[in-house]
Every structure is written in C-alpha cells, then in structure tokens.
Design a protein around this ligand. Structure first.
Ligand code: ATP
Ligand code: MG
Length: 169
C-alpha cells in the first residue's frame, strides 16, 4: 500500500493545480534550492493531519495558502494504491480559518481519517517522515533520545505508555 499520487491546489509554492506521481518503492524529487521539494512533503503531512503548522515549516496554518494567487483556500488530495482518496482543504476568512476533511469525496471528521490511517500504521506524532535537518539532529542527540525514536518506530513506545497508564490506575 502506498500513495500513488497527490494533487495540490494553491498549496504553498504550488499556485496552480499540480499532480505529482509517487512510485512503489523509491521516488526521488530533485530541483534547485527553493523550488518546492520540501513543500511536496509538507503537502503530504498536511493531509495526513499529523502535524502542527510548526512541523510543516509554517508559523500559521494559513501560511500554507499560496501567497500570489489571491485565492483564500489551499487543498491537497492523496490517492492510495487501494483507491482510497483523502483530501484536506483550508479556507481563510478575515478573522479565522476553516478546515475541511474528505474521505473518498465525502466530508468526514478528523477521527475518521485518523482511524483510516491508524489501520495503515500511520499514527499522529509517529516518526513517519525524516525531515530536512533531522539526520544531523539524530546524530547529535543523546543515546537516550535516540533510543526513544527507535522505541517509537518499533512500536514499543505505545506499550510503555499503556503500561505506565495501567500502573497509575
Ligand atoms: P531546498 O533545496 O533549499 O531544501 P526546496 O526545494 O525544499 O529547497 P521548499 O522549501 O520546498 O524548497 O520551497 C521554498 C519556497 O516555497 C520558497 O521560495 C518560499 O517562498 C515558497 N513558499 C512557501 N510558502 C509559500 C506560500 N504560501 N506561497 C508561495 N510560496 C511559498
Ligand atoms: Mg528542502
């Protein structure tokens, strides 16, 4: 199971509708500095609803809306190899912003998406993506911090948390 393609509309530097294919196994995206490579990763994280705007390299969620188009919405749609399509859209108004989530074209709640993703091993706050600069951070962190990441990837951390909770109860 993998993401076969994503479609962005007015997301960050992608002012126009853009369709980006991802292949089974390995896909390499190359381009000059500032051309939008990391923005593609941001667009995936945006839909997976896994990240705060901070880990998306944006101060505010509305910073993800393309600056030059004059439009007040941004959206990204991910298509999985089993045909499932999930989409997230944000809309800016004068005072706030609205969030819309869709599962196979139908509006859904965040819980529905999280459940769909959890069944596929994608959990919020999990270490799903190695971001730019992470490698240096991982090399420079303490042994204990590095161990925590490995526990999380191996799925041990979840049980440690449950065990700690059980002791409290
Ligand atoms: P590098 O090789 O340096 O890592 P990159 O290809 O990963 O570069 P990105 O970080 O994806 O580049 O893209 C940065 C570009 O995206 C900047 O030029 C920035 O101005 C642009 N950008 C970010 N947010 C928006 C936005 N809301 N509207 C328009 N452009 C944006
Ligand atoms: Mg980058």
């Amino acid at each position: 199971m993998h993401i076969t393609h994503l479609e962005t509309d007015n997301f960050k530097s992608f002012g126009r509708k853009t369709k980006i294919p991802l292949f089974p196994g390995f896909t390499v995206i190359s381009g000059p500095n500032g051309s939008g490579k990391s923005n593609i990763i941001d667009s995936i994280l945006f839909v997976l609803a896994l990240s705060s705007s901070r880990s998306l390299r944006a101060e505010r969620l509305t910073d993800l809306i393309n600056l030059n188009s004059g439009k007040n919405t941004a959206e990204v749609e991910l298509t999985f190899s089993d045909g499932t399509v999930i989409k997230r859209r944000i809309k800016r108004t004068d005072s706030t912003y609205y969030n819309y989530l869709y599962l196979n074209g139908r509006p859904c709640r965040q819980g529905d998406l999280l459940e769909f993703l959890a069944q596929r091993g994608i959990v919020p706050h999990g270490y799903n993506v190695v971001m730019q600069g992470d490698i240096n951070r991982i090399i420079e962190m303490s042994d204990l911090e590095r161990r925590k990441i490995i526990d999380e990837i191996a799925g041990v951390a979840e049980f440690d948390q449950k065990k700690a909770l059980a002791f409290v109860e």
